[in-house]
Design a protein around this ligand. Structure first.
Ligand code: GDP
Ligand code: MG
Length: 175
């Protein structure tokens, strides 16, 4: 009997951003297709989830890494960044502090990885009535950083597939 090699886990994509911006909820939405109002536990036991994105006639395999709460200590380990092809840099559009946090995580990311696809993600866009971060300001930051910008909602499912499609398209374009 022939042995089938384990499928390649996929390109490493890391979720970055302050605590409570909705990183785990985004992963939950894309994997399970739903949202839990009670919140989500940080990933326990498994450090990443695999996810395939179909782009036309190609399929891109992603290994999406979630944090185990280390963002509370304002530092990710080298291990977390190591080998990442892309990062989803998440802030909460209703909390300006988390946008400042995103700037800081971006700096850290760039000091750890030279060539990484970055998508700046404004989360919780269902709460637009409590918006604190102007969309144009965030887009401007993304532009100057050579990153894409997208606003999404894990709660309503808005733009969550689009987020991972955007990451995949950028990865394919980069080759
Ligand atoms: P993490 O710490 O970045 O992983 O954030 P979580 O995914 O644990 O979410 C933190 C809190 O924000 C939880 O109470 C979630 O229910 C809430 N939350 C996450 N995403 C959304 C969203 O898209 N809309 C709303 N209204 N709340 C959200
Ligand atoms: Mg989490």
């Amino acid at each position: 009997q022939q042995r089938v090699p384990a499928p390649h886990a996929g390109l490493k994509v890391i979720l970055l951003g302050d605590a409570n911006v909705g990183k785990t909820s985004l992963l939950h939405r894309v994997k399970e297709g739903n949202f839990s109002e009670a919140g989500t536990q940080p990933t326990i036991g498994c450090s990443f989830c695999t996810h395939s994105v179909v782009l036309g006639d190609t399929s891109v395999s992603l290994a999406i890494w979630d944090t185990a709460g280390q963002e509370k200590y304002r530092s990710f380990t080298r291990q977390y960044y190591r080998g990442a092809s892309a990062a989803a840099l998440v802030y909460d559009i209703t909390n300006h502090e988390t946008f400042e946090g995103a700037r800081r995580w971006l700096k850290d990311l760039r000091s750890e990885l030279e060539d990484v696809v970055v998508v700046l993600v404004g989360s919780k866009c269902d709460l637009w009535e409590s918006r604190q971060v102007d969309k144009a300001v965030a887009s401007q930051l993304a532009d100057t950083e050579g990153a894409e910008h997208i606003e999404c909602s894990a709660k309503e499912g808005t733009n969550v597939d689009e987020l991972f499609e955007t990451i995949s398209r950028s990865l394919v374009a980069r080759g």
